[in-house]
Write a protein that binds this ligand. Structure first.
Ligand SMILES: O=C(O)CCC(=O)C(=O)O
Length: 256
């Protein structure tokens, strides 16, 4: 790769006892300051951590450009509720050797090696540093080319991640909303096999404010879901007419 990214700065301390974020987020690219993490306790052993400024603004653009140009993006056909459709975003998958193969919605992505994309190893190191005890070994990458690209409601509840997976998500490029909502109670749940990614829902049941949350995932941010979040909650990145440019998202996971 031309122009090493290995000297990139991060702007955080390891997350040990994260408190509430205090200062407003500066939009100005020279105003990057260390940011604290905000932890949201979702109840029943589920948590979400959100760090608005995880990687500096400028370094995040360098990563964006590298990933945009060098990742072998594909748009596979997936099967959801017995219907095949083209996944509404680009994707790629990277994993350590010897792990159980990931498969979701009838699709088994090719696992590329970390060695093929050195900047991904740099970002992985940064994530490991900020989350002591974490040890991610696989990565699903998503590229949303504009506001029409999305990921529907789903949980990353594949068995290969175990019952309480920690999933760390790093975002570059266009700001997008990330929504969380509590799964419906068992009696009304549709039976699913693994990842159950549906289209944007037109009918939505009324949820109380504690059963739904919205995070704005900004350029250079980190969001971490842990505990029972995948068992009890669904997440999505819905279409947004105002999202005019591309966003790249990296979700680091650990296959047991
Ligand atoms: O793009 C995002 O922030 C979410 C991606 C996601 O939900 C997934 O890859 O499972």
């Amino acid at each position: 790769m031309s122009g090493s990214l290995s000297k990139l700065r991060t702007e955080h301390d390891p997350v040990t006892d994260p408190g509430k974020s205090t200062a407003p987020e500066p939009e100005n690219e020279t105003a990057d300051k260390p940011k604290k993490a905000v932890v949201l306790d979702l109840g029943n052993g589920s948590q979400v951590l959100h760090m608005q400024r995880f990687i500096s603004y400028q370094d995040s653009w360098k990563y964006f450009d590298y990933l945009d140009k060098n990742i072998p993006w594909t748009r596979p056909t997936i099967t959801v509720f017995a219907r095949s459709h083209v996944q509404p975003r680009d994707t790629c998958y990277v994993a350590s050797v010897g792990l159980t193969q990931l498969a979701y919605s009838g699709y088994q992505p090719h696992a590329y090696s970390w060695d093929e994309f050195p900047p991904l190893k740099e970002i992985l190191d940064l994530v490991h540093k900020v989350l002591p005890g974490s040890s991610f070994n696989s990565l699903l990458l998503n590229r949303y080319k504009g506001g029409n690209d999305y990921v529907g409601w789903h949980a990353d509840d594949e068995k290969l991640y175990g019952p309480t997976p920690q999933i760390a998500s790093v975002s570059f490029g266009c700001d997008r909303d990330f929504l969380l909502k509590k799964k419906p109670s068992k009696s009304v749940q549709v039976k699913s096999t693994g990842r159950n990614e549906g289209p944007p829902s037109k009918r939505s049941k009324k949820l109380s404010s504690s059963d739904q949350h919205t995070f704005l995932l900004k350029h250079g941010s980190l969001l971490v879901m842990s505990g029972y979040t995948q068992r009890d909650w669904l997440h999505s990145v819905p279409k947004r007419a105002k999202a005019e440019s591309a966003r790249i998202n990296l979700t680091f996971r650990r296959i047991l």
